[in-house]
Write a protein that binds this ligand. Structure first.
Ligand code: HSC
Length: 719
């Protein structure tokens, strides 16, 4: 797992050979340890170069080994042996040096990077800290403030930035390995002590305590309950206040605590789940490995509302040429101005030139003749969308892929009005579409494997985490959101306030509680959907009592709020009060409290004290229960897909792994028991009726999440 060679007479070349990223598995660590020992012992060897095979230095410790008992030589003494040796060791960094990979390089005396290489300590994103000396050596090398920033965020830096920061000594456009070999010969005989980072002091400005205190306050505020960033600051503090060995001791103690934590397990699960969802498969046997995407160079977006504008920007930023279509000149001009402004703003941030040249604006659908893929993003109205699809089917070239950005309408119904249903697919973006990482790729019953591959591939080009989902109402994300919203409204009826419910959810780790999010999105969106569904407005069955609809419990509270003209942030009032229309700072509103009190009196409801635990159990377990139903109905490939949808699209705290992972962590018997309890108390809420899959899993001893698929009743997949 590490190749040894002697080159240029006196240089030992050690190459890490563990594709694809040369992770530091037990075998690699053994290989390095043996090779370094050999090089240090061999009198003919005067200097050493460490590099990685296939243009990648090292992606860090082997994350897959974290779940198993530790074997092989540990990293810390391996790296110390390199640093303590009396021969200069040069790291030749190509591709990436991440985590343990960068820590290995920091143990070397010199670092040379290829100009396209990136380095970083991303352990914090896995719920850990750099525990092979990274928290002690990096501050000694580049100083306190930059080290704190890199370690607490896990940010990757380019070779050029690494050179500026002093992480690497040289950057080359040629082979880093060749330059390192030459350099290793040049530095023979030069004093090594100043290059041994463990012997150095961390360069500290006079206001060191302020910097550390501010960093701690910042990470606590951003972390939303995540422990690793806090531990990172504590470890770096040790690099300032303690001698190296004592600092290492602190690093190990903090790592031991994090390593066992459920947060680390959740974050590492997310790492693999994010990669797993890209490997999609359909019930037909087609999968990402055997289905080729169609080439897409020219795309079109129909409709330049909020979603259409974001999608257009995302496509242009990925380098596609885009035809943007609106119904009339006025809308088109408005859309154009917004899209240009968004692209310019983005380009400015990245010090780049906005690619306005990639855009063509038109009101004429016949200009779509040469586009390879069209994304419809018009108003969420089936009749209107059908009209658009009919037209697209006749004007676009026969092999053009037709995508809809509907957030929950029937993709098959849309496909049915075209002459090419096999080329129709859902691409459900999340607002703002150029920022949010999630894309639900909705398979219609006739969507071809090739079209699925095309949509998934396009998602990847746009930098999205794309998840294949089935064609059911609301798809996966919005379908699971309904029971969550319902429970939040019921809690208000029973005695809670918006700020109590939101507080519990934010404490759990959501960036915003359910009512703040509703205010942000606009309360009229849901109101319109409820009207169309006959839940409120003129189409309500007159025989339905006010708090029951279509045979189940219903809360008219959100409708009452809308009827008062409280539409959320945009009107300056919603579930909260804002300083002005469009204002962003939510303050609790006494008028809402009064509205709730009057409502309870009117309906004879005795308010009761509601605690955070009940809020979490009712909102989250109802959502999770629907997740089990999604699996049961075959609308998702597996729990990983659901979890990635919630982490990347709905603000589920990543350190809790996603709803299905969270259910497994809480324990399926506990989730079942609480659902059963709440269902008894609220028998008219079908969403609290535990799903049969959940019951089956509990009866079968609550198998681990990666075994849940075995308990689905076949044939199940609608994908
Ligand atoms: C008490 C114990 C003490 C321990 C000491 C601590 C040491 C240290 O501080 C801890 C660490 O280093 S923590 C580590 C810190 N390092 C990180 O956090 C870096 C994590 N990795 C990355 O950021 C990206 O993978 C790269 C940028 C490296 C490549 O990106 P790309 O080119 O888009 O490719 P891709 O699709 O992403 O990956 C390709 C395949 O490789 C797989 N795999 C990747 N890394 C792995 C790893 N470390 N391991 C295992 N596997 C890893 C990946 O799953 C995938 O497998 P699949 O079966 O084909 O699906």
């Amino acid at each position: 797992m590490a190749r040894y060679a002697q080159v240029q007479g006196s240089v030992a070349l050690i190459t890490l050979t563990n594709p694809p990223v040369n992770a530091l598995s037990a075998a690699v660590r053994l290989g390095i340890t043996e090779a370094v020992t050999r090089a240090l012992r061999d009198p003919k060897v005067k200097s050493v170069v460490i590099c990685g095979e296939n243009g990648v230095f090292c992606g860090g410790a082997d994350i897959r080994e974290f779940a198993k008992p530790m074997t092989g030589p540990p990293l810390v003494p391996m790296i110390s042996a390199i640093e303590e040796g009396d021969k200069p060791v040069v790291a030749a960094i190509e591709g990436v040096a991440f985590g343990g990979g960068l820590e290995l390089a920091l143990g070397c005396h010199y670092r040379i990077a290829h100009s396209k290489a990136r380095v970083g300590l991303p352990e914090v994103t896995l719920g850990l800290l750099p525990a092979a000396g990274g928290t002690q050596r990096l501050p000694r090398l580049i100083g306190l403030a930059p080290a704190l920033e890199l370690i607490t965020t896990g940010r990757h830096v380019t070779a050029q930035e690494a050179l500026k920061l002093g992480i690497v000594d040289k950057v080359t456009d040629q082979s880093a390995q060749d330059l390192a070999i030459q350099f290793a010969q040049e530095v023979i005989g030069q004093p090594l002590l100043p290059r041994k980072l463990s012997t150095q002091l961390t360069p500290c400005p006079p206001d060191v305590d302020t910097i550390l205190d501010e960093a701690m306050a910042r990470v606590k505020q951003r972390a939303r309950g995540a422990m690793a960033p806090v531990a990172c600051v504590q470890a770096v503090r040790a690099a300032v206040n303690l001698p190296y060995q004592a600092g290492m001791q602190k690093e190990q103690e903090l790592m031991a605590f994090l390593f066992r934590s459920s947060q680390a397990r959740a974050l590492q699960y997310c790492f693999f789940a994010q990669r797993a969802v890209g490997k999609w498969s359909l019930s037909s046997g087609a999968h990402s490995g055997n289905s080729k995407p169609r080439p897409v160079t020219k795309a079109a977006v129909i409709g330049l509302g909020t979603m259409g504008r974001g999608i257009t920007v995302a496509l242009v930023k990925a380098g596609l040429s885009v035809v943007a279509v609106e119904t009339n000149k006025k809308q088109l001009e408005m859309g154009k101005q917004m899209v240009s402004a968004m692209l310019k703003h983005d380009a400015q941030k990245m010090n780049a030139v906005p690619r306005l040249d990639l855009l063509h604006y038109t009101t004429d659908l016949s200009e779509l003749k040469n586009t390879d893929l069209i994304i419809e993003a018009v108003f969420e109205d089936m009749a209107l969308k059908k009209e658009v699809f009919k037209k697209l089917s006749s004007v676009c070239k026969p092999d053009a892929v037709l995508c809809t950005n509907t957030s929950g309408l029937d993709v098959d119904e849309l496909a049915s009005v075209t002459k090419r249903p096999e080329l129709v697919v859902g691409m459900h973006f999340f607002a703002p579409a150029h920022v949010m990482k999630l894309l639900e790729v909705v398979r219609g019953s006739r969507s071809s494997p090739e079209v699925m591959a095309t949509a998934m591939h396009l998602g990847k080009r746009l930098g999205k985490v794309s998840v294949v989902v089935g064609n059911c109402s609301g798809f996966v994300g919005n379908r699971m959101l309904r029971p969550y919203l319902d429970q939040a409204n019921f809690l208000l009826e029973e005695g809670a306030t918006p700020e109590l419910v939101d507080g519990a959810l934010e404490e759990f780790g959501f960036p915003m509680g359910v009512f703040k999010v509703s205010d942000l999105s606009g309360l009229d969106v849901g109101w319109r959907i409820r009207k169309e569904a006959g839940l409120t407005g003129p189409n309500v069955d007159p025989k339905d009592p006010l708090r029951r609809r279509q045979g189940r419990r219903y809360s008219p509270l959100p409708d009452l709020v809308c009827e008062q003209g409280r539409l959320g942030q945009k009107s300056g009032r919603g579930w909260y009060l804002y300083d002005k229309p469009g204002g962003r700072v939510a303050t609790p509103d006494p008028d809402i409290h009064k509205l709730l009190e009057d409502y309870r009196v009117r309906h004879g409801i005795r308010p009761r004290q509601i605690g955070s635990q009940e809020v979490l159990e009712r909102c989250l377990f109802a959502l999770i229960n629907e997740g089990f139903r999604v699996l049961e109905d075959g609308m998702a490939m597996g729990p990983e897909g659901i979890d990635m949808i919630y982490v990347f699209g709905y603000g589920w705290p990543r350190h809790r792994g996603g709803p299905m992972f969270y259910a497994a962590m809480v324990g399926l018997p506990r989730v079942l028991e609480r659902l059963e309890y709440y269902q008894q108390v609220h028998p008219d809420v079908p969403h609290l009726q535990p799903s049969s899959l959940l019951r089956r899993l509990v009866v079968n001893g609550s198998p681990p999440l990666d075994k849940w698929r075995d308990f689905l009743q076949r044939p199940h997949s609608q994908l």
